[in-house]
Ligand binder design. Structure first.
Ligand SMILES: Nc1nc2c(ncn2[C@@H]2O[C@H](COP(=O)(O)OP(=O)(O)OP(=O)(O)O)[C@@H](O)[C@H]2O)c(=O)[nH]1
Ligand SMILES: [Zn+2]
Length: 314
């Protein structure tokens, strides 16, 4: 940083830019002409995340982020200790699953709830169509999600027969022109997907590592990849990302964000029904075989309700 020049020359005006990567306290901000500048936040409390539009001021070779511009939406991530914002201004969340490793359904359910609650459309893709019978079994496990209206796409990211190409084309169509956060457990094919859709992904990743001074093997960085040169859409990849944070959601509101439960909200005998043990509960009355709600979905609801309630107790 060139302090002398900062002191003598008037600072060039502030710029608006897009946060394309974060690492610790450092941010990489992209200007409209696509040049990228390493920035740090002005204040301790300011927390810009990938997808944010920010106003920043050049300072020597680097920049200082003065303000985060208003957000359309945010997503939270959560670990044992805390919940924090980690991406903003998204159009879509792609939950990538695979025939193997077997997916954890609560993780899928959480992702869908987080997206719906944030007003972001979820999209599910099941990869490794060639791995049978595991694929068919996983596809069957997703039946409740198809029934509740979620989009589930089959995928085969490896191999290039005609049906694999058609699958990828169908996914690409849904990514066009939109900002999509990709989430998936280790081994489902997330890197394979990013490398197939973003031909320059590896070069981008290396450039980001250089700019942010992160190690080559850093796995905790969230990064933005343009899908094509016309800036038609982008993927946000967050390696090592496991669990969406839900603790900002009130337990009483939870059922509204589960599309199989939501239609019954407001129809219970008690207006403040928590849909767990109360008599005259419309949700409990709609559990299979009496109605369309899968019993394990209701159990998942109960577990999440307990978790959210516990998170509110100081
Ligand atoms: N059989 C089969 N294997 C696939 C397919 N897609 C990806 N794979 C393989 O699955 C393994 C994991 O793929 P990656 O893309 O590295 O998975 P990832 O989700 O990025 O995993 P991490 O790097 O651990 O986060 C690799 O060996 C891929 O070659 C597919 O459609 N079919
Ligand atoms: Zn109820």
């Amino acid at each position: 940083m060139n302090r002398r020049r900062d002191a003598t020359a008037p600072l060039p005006g502030a710029h608006d830019g897009l946060v394309v990567a974060t690492y610790g306290r450092h941010l990489l901000v992209e200007a409209d002409d696509r040049t990228r500048t390493r920035c740090h936040p002005r204040g301790k409390r300011q927390e810009a995340v990938v997808g944010d539009r920010v106003r920043w001021t050049p300072s020597g070779d680097e920049g200082v982020v003065d303000a985060v511009l208003p957000r359309r939406n945010v997503l939270f991530r959560q670990d044992a200790l805390r919940t924090k914002v980690f991406a903003a201004n998204l159009d879509q969340v792609l939950v990538l699953l695979a025939a193997e490793p077997t997916f954890a359904e609560p993780q899928l359910a959480r992702a869908l709830i987080a997206a719906r609650q944030a007003g972001i459309e979820p999209l599910i893709a099941l990869n490794k169509r060639d791995v049978q019978p595991a694929f068919a079994e996983a596809w069957a496990r997703l039946a409740p999600y198809r029934a509740m209206g979620e989009t589930v796409l089959p995928l085969q990211l490896q191999g290039d027969d005609a049906s694999a190409d058609a699958d990828l084309a169908a996914l690409t169509e849904r990514l066009r022109g939109r900002v999509t956060l990709v989430m998936g457990a280790s081994g489902v094919g997330k890197s394979t997907l990013v490398n197939r859709l973003v031909p320059h992904a590896q070069a981008d990743t290396q450039a980001i590592s250089r700019a942010l001074g992160t190690g080559r093997h850093t796995t905790t960085r969230t990064s933005w990849y343009w899908l094509d040169d016309g800036h038609g859409g982008a993927l946000i990849d967050s390696p090592g990302f496991h669990e969406f944070g839900l603790h900002h959601i009130a337990p009483e509101a939870l059922a509204r964000w589960m599309p199989d439960l939501a239609p019954y909200v407001g129809q219970c005998r008690f207006h403040n029904c928590t849909h767990r043990r109360e008599p005259g509960c419309a949700i409990q009355a709609a559990i299979a075989p009496h109605g369309p709600i899968a019993p394990h979905r209701w159990r998942m609801y109960q577990d999440l309700y307990e978790e959210l309630a516990a998170a509110r107790t100081p």
